[in-house]
Every structure is written in structure tokens, then in C-alpha cells.
Design a protein around this ligand. Structure first.
Ligand code: ZN
Ligand code: ZN
Length: 223
């Protein structure tokens, strides 16, 4: 079965330079905004400039810089919010309080139209994406994976040369390592990923050189 291609553009938002990503089905030009942390007018302008129709809002996890603009974007467009996993509800509930503290007043909490979990699939235009539950940075963190394109949006699970923080409430280092090595690596070394912050990389490159989760680092951790 051949699926239409996808395209993606990264639009860093918020003072935390979070990699909000606009992905779309190249055939239908139906788009999803993944992790609209804020700056909704700018995201709307980017969609319009590319001639895209917003179909979904996808959320990797409930942190302010990833989800702070969700309520505003949903209110303005009426499109459904899909994700994260329900274990991130407590983070979503804290968005207004975190927003006030971190210079994003007006950031609102929300209830997703569809919570997501491991093995779920989500559609965008004529494309189908897989959902992988990757707890550790937050308990309800998920990853969006488009298998035919070898493309993933991994939020704050994994970065080029680093991994997500685990010192937040209900963060868990062992769980994060497990998520990366047991859930992401099996998807394939050739998978290119957009992390929540910083430049893109591939799973294969991180397995070779990431100081936290390279094959060598994992091997020495087990000794
Ligand atoms: Zn985060
Ligand atoms: Zn983040």
C-alpha cells in the first residue's frame, strides 16, 4: 500500500524555542500542528502561507511550552485535539499556573478530544501515523511516527546528543531510557526525528554518539 508523502516545517515557538511542527499530507494539504506551545497567530499565518487546511492538533505531552497554545488554536479553528496520553492530565491542568509564572499569561488548560495510547493510530489527510507511548520525561508522553516516511516527532523524549529531563514530578530516568531503547530504537536507525528543542537527528546517529543512550553508553550502564 502506498501512502501519499508527508511534508513538515518546524516553527520554534515560545521563549523556550520549542519545535512546534506543522506536518501535512502532500496530496490533500490537510495539516496537523504538533505541539502549539504558543504564538498562535504566527502558526495560523504559516498555515495560510503554505495553503494548508488545519485538520488536527497533536500534543506529545502536557508541558506549557508544548501545549500552552492548544486551547487558543482549538478555539480559533475548531479542529480536534489528539493526545497526549491521559497520564499527562495533571500537567495540562497546571498550564495556566505555569503560564503565569513563565511569561505566557493567558495560556489555558484543555481536554483533548481524543486521548492517545501505545499502538493507537491517527490519520491526517490520507496518511496514517502510529502513536508510541514513551513515559519518563512525563508519564503521558507520546511520539508520533509516520512509518512510510521514516519520520517521527519525539517531543522531549530524545534530543540530538541528549535526552529529556526526568527531574520533574512523576519523571523517571529508568523509564525514559527504556522508552528510548525499547520503543524508539526498534522503529529503525533510518528514522529522522524532530525533537522538542534543537536540531533534527536520526535514531541511528543517536545510537552511535548520544552520551546518554548510545549503544556503548547503554552497555556500560548494564555492567
Ligand atoms: Zn517537556
Ligand atoms: Zn520542551
Amino acid at each position: 500500500m502506498s501512502e501519499p508523502a508527508i511534508q513538515a516545517v518546524i516553527a520554534p515557538v515560545t521563549p523556550l524555542q520549542q519545535n512546534c511542527t506543522i506536518v501535512w499530507c502532500a496530496k490533500t494539504l490537510k495539516a496537523a500542528v504538533i505541539d502549539p506551545g504558543g504564538e498562535v497567530p504566527r502558526l495560523m499565518a504559516a498555515l495560510k502561507a503554505k495553503g494548508l487546511t488545519l485538520e488536527k492538533i497533536w500534543i506529545t505531552h502536557g508541558h506549557l511550552d508544548h501545549a500552552g497554545g492548544t486551547a487558543a488554536l482549538a478555539a480559533e479553528t475548531g479542529v480536534p485535539i489528539e493526545g497526549p496520553h491521559p497520564d499527562d492530565q495533571f500537567w495540562i491542568d497546571m498550564i495556566p499556573e505555569s503560564g503565569a509564572r513563565y511569561g505566557m499569561p493567558g495560556a489555558e488548560s484543555f481536554t483533548p478530544d481524543r486521548w492517545l495510547g501505545d499502538g493507537d493510530t491517527v490519520t491526517l489527510g490520507e496518511t496514517e501515523w502510529e502513536v508510541v507511548h514513551c513515559p519518563g520525561h512525563t508519564p503521558g508522553h507520546i511520539v508520533f511516527f509516520h512509518r512510510p516516511s521514516r519520520f517521527a516527532q519525539v517531543g522531549d523524549v530524545l534530543f540530538k546528543g541528549s535526552i529529556g529531563r526526568t527531574d520533574f514530578p512523576r519523571g523517571n530516568f529508568e523509564q525514559l531510557i527504556h522508552s528510548i531503547t525499547q520503543k524508539l530504537w526498534p522503529l529503525g536507525d533510518d528514522v529522522a526525528f524532530v525533537p522538542g528543542h534543537g536540531p533534527m537527528s536520526t535514531f541511528g546517529a543517536e545510537r552511535r554518539s548520544n552520551p546518554f543512550v548510545s549503544d556503548l553508553a547503554i552497555e556500560s550502564m548494564n555492567v
